[in-house]
Design a protein around this ligand. Structure first.
Ligand code: ADP
Ligand code: MG
Length: 730
């Protein structure tokens, strides 16, 4: 069965979309209305409107749009309607769905079951209090010292701006209520709370800017995010034969297959049947959850793919990206596949990232990043651009940090992903405008895109974009949005967006402080644009970000080059970072310090698992297999020699194999030794650095001879599926 799928925005009703598939059947094609499917498992505005009394609906919408709190009576009414809807959809349980600092989501299910009455009759119930507030035991979630283990209390509170939904898994349909997660003292223990705080901060400051330009009707500015998700799919049965995939989510050993991605034949290639069936199911599951799965294609590396939804409010986008990751994994299992979200599942071929497309729009529909036809004359746009240049240059270290995780260390700066140096790509046209402004204070000229002549009479000529694309930039302006490409594929997009919102809020605030006081607004805004652009022009780079020369050039410009996650953590607790986050009420200093602690701990624990997995695989699988092979070679050589024939090839191979075997054994012993030293150290920065400097090095030293052995040992003896088996036989 062939389906072609369409999702498009509904221009009349912003925030709603049309989704439909066209099903190719026998002969005639029949149109399936996915409009009915879309959002069918979401407690949408439309569902609320239908099921809530008018005044309650109004109150809910007011709180959603303007903030504030629902009264308990209102919450009770909402809870009742929500429960009725959920029960009609087969739900027996509900959960406060939250995002602790593990980077994934957490849920504890409660059934609607209540104490039976005297007749033994039970009523399914769900109160406003249960909707608004939960109290999970928080002691086993990372808190980075914010909370001692005995202070176990944590609270989840309903985030009314992200709709409730029903997740259908093997446990049965469960009503999921998106919530923020805080400690007893109100400190944020999750990714959502700071994100929501940052969105409010950005809105407040951006509103000041648009008011200055006469858009006084705007009351709110919302960041929109579209996250393109890359992933790998391998056969589940084969994946389960490898401990490294099971425990570390990536391969820790593996010689390259004879073919990699050099033919560029996978990128945008025809989607194979097995993968197509998987993608189709993923789309259906996501649409039911109100996630606008829009594009799907094969990516550069073999077995690599991508899915992108349509952009939406940052908060909902963060939640939806978690659902995308979860759905990819779950549906893969049903298809006998395993979805690998790790940033670098296989050495030697591309890793996976998550392009975070970000823009900011007023509640009366103005995208502040829309340059219009003549950006050189669009003063508001130029001011916003100048502020973003200032924000990114001032806080390049923070942005870099926000996109770092253990897996991304293999990717950033690895000549296939953005470099670890933050810079902005503006494209030819805008870069030229900035240059003119910096040099003369005016930008009278505008480079035009021109016409692209196809040279074929039957193909139309068309007007080119004013700017080509640049794949190598970590932070690229792409028409009416910025695309932050550093983010890791497995990571939550919570931190990058919190950081982006915060740094831009700060720049807007400083600009508004000055402009609001100015006697001559036009003159002041002109001066400010020139000043910011001149001061921060060094952050703009339109060239090849993968080139070695860029590293040298960036160093000359004084741009930070932070090569690893552990080295990036410090950015969180610098004076300028604390000042920024405290000023806008996004993080307290204590929260920042706790997050730094958690990052060091996460790094150490992750590397520790990887190291132990390698030792285990080496000692229990690779070394014994190679010994068997060596034994076979020795026996064979002896028999050949006994027959008086030439055994030199066998003897030579035996020599090489045993040499590399010795090397492997020694490297495994050394790795175990440094792992022991590392794990005995006190938790914290020093330990994380020890893992980075010594354990990772020892891991590489073990991988080398083992991978060399893989290339020469008889395949029958090799103890687990190879890169060729995993990447080309899906
Ligand atoms: P590509 O990056 O491959 O050119 P698109 O331009 O279609 O692809 O955009 C990729 C992602 O960017 C999608 O998730 C899309 O919804 C999102 N996007 C498009 N416009 C905006 C915008 N104004 N703000 C935020 N995200 C956007
Ligand atoms: Mg993109």
């Amino acid at each position: 069965m062939i389906y072609s799928v369409c999702v498009r925005k509904n221009r009349e009703l912003p925030g709603f979309v049309y989704v439909y598939t066209i099903k190719g059947g026998k002969g005639m094609s029949e149109v399936l209305k996915v409009e009915e499917l879309f959002g069918s498992k979401v407690f949408t505005r439309a569902t609320m409107k239908e099921r809530l009394p008018k005044n309650v609906f109004k109150e809910v919408i007011k709180v959603m749009e303007e903030g504030g709190e629902l009264t308990l009576e209102t919450a009770d009414v909402v809870a009742k309607a929500m429960k009725a809807w959920a029960v009609e959809n087969g739900a027996t349980h509900y959960t406060h769905w939250f995002q602790p600092l593990t980077g994934i989501t957490a849920e504890k299910h409660d059934s609607f079951v209540t104490h039976p009455d005297e007749d033994g009759k039970m009523l399914m119930e769900f109160s406003g209090k249960e909707l608004i507030k939960g109290e999970p035991d928080a002691s086993s979630f990372p808190s980075g010292g914010l909370r001692a283990t005995f202070e176990a209390r944590g609270y989840t509170t309903w985030d009314i701006t992200s709709p409730a939904f029903i997740k259908e898994t093997a446990t049965g349909p469960t009503l999921c209520i998106p919530t923020a997660f805080c400690s007893y003292k109100g400190e944020a223990l999750d990714k959502k709370t700071p994100l929501l705080r940052s969105m409010e901060a950005l809105s407040r400051q951006a509103v000041r800017i648009v008011h200055l330009f006469g858009n006084t009707e705007a009351k709110k500015v919302t960041p929109s995010v579209g996250a393109e998700q890359e992933y790998f799919l391998v056969d589940q049965k084969k994946a389960l034969q490898r401990e490294d995939i099971i425990f570390a989510g990536r391969t820790l050993f593996g010689a390259p297959a004879p073919k990699g991605q050099e033919m560029d034949d996978h990128y945008f290639g025809v989607i194979r049947e097995r993968i197509g069936a998987f993608m189709h199911d993923v789309n259906i599951e996501l649409w039911k959850l109100g996630v606008t799965s829009k594009t799907q294609h094969n990516e550069a590396a073999p077995a690599q793919h991508e899915l992108a939804p349509i952009y939406e409010s940052a908060n909902v986008a963060v939640d939806h990206n978690q659902l995308v990751m979860e759905t990819l994994k779950r549906v893969a299992g049903k298809h006998g596949l395993r979805c690998m979200l790790h940033e670098k599942p296989f050495a030697g071929i591309n890793g996976s990232g998550k392009h975070n497309n970000w823009s900011i729009t007023t509640d009366n529909g103005v995208n502040l990043l829309e340059p219009g036809q003549t950006p050189n004359e669009n003063i508001q746009f130029l001011l916003v651009l100048a502020c973003i240049m200032k924000a990114v240059d001032t806080h390049a270290d923070l942005l870099r940090q926000s996109a770092s995780n253990v897996g991304n260390d293999h990717r950033l700066g690895g000549y296939e992903a953005p470099p670890a140096i933050i810079s902005i790509f503006l494209g030819e046209q805008l870069e030229d405008v900035v240059e003119q402004l910096v040099e003369t204070g005016k930008a009278d000229n505008l480079k035009e895109g021109g016409v692209l002549r196809t040279g074929v009479s039957t193909l139309p000529d068309f007007v080119k974009d004013a700017t080509d694309r640049n794949r190598t930039s970590p932070f690229a302006f792409t028409g009416n949005k910025f695309e932050f490409r550093m983010v890791g594929s497995e990571d939550s997009i919570g931190s990058p967006n919190t950081t982006l919102n915060a740094i831009v809020a700060e720049a807007f605030c400083e600009a508004a402080d000055r402009l609001e006081k100015a006697e001559n607004f036009e003159l002041a805004v002109h001066d400010l644009i020139k000043e910011y652009m001149t001061k921060h022009q060094r952050i703009i780079f339109n060239g090849n970000g993968y080139a070695k020369e860029w590293e040298e050039e960036a160093a000359r410009r004084g741009l930070p080059n932070i090569p690893s996650m552990v080295e990036a953590v410090d950015a969180l607790t610098t004076e300028k970072s604390i000042r920024l986050f405290e000023k806008f009420g996004i993080f307290t200093e204590a929260e920042l310090r706790s997050r730094a602690e958690i990052l060091y701990e996460t790094y150490a624990k992750t590397i520790n698992i990887e190291a132990l997995t390698m030792v285990d695989m080496a000692n229990k699988q690779i070394i014994p297999s190679v010994i068997s092979f060596a034994g076979k070679l020795a026996d064979t050589a002896a028999s050949i020699q006994a027959m008086g024939a030439d055994a030199s090839v066998t003897a030579e191979l035996l020599k090489t194999v045993t040499e590399k075997l010795t090397e492997t054994k020694k490297a495994a012993e050394h790795l175990l030794k440094v792992e022991k030293t590392a794990s005995d150290m006190e938790r914290g920065k020093e330990q994380a650095f020890y893992y980075h400097d010594n354990v990772v090095t020892a891991m590489n030293a073990l991988r080398k001879p083992a991978d060399e052995l893989e290339k020469i040992v008889d395949k029958k003896y090799w103890p687990f599926p190879t890169y060729a088996d995993l990447l080309f036989e899906v």
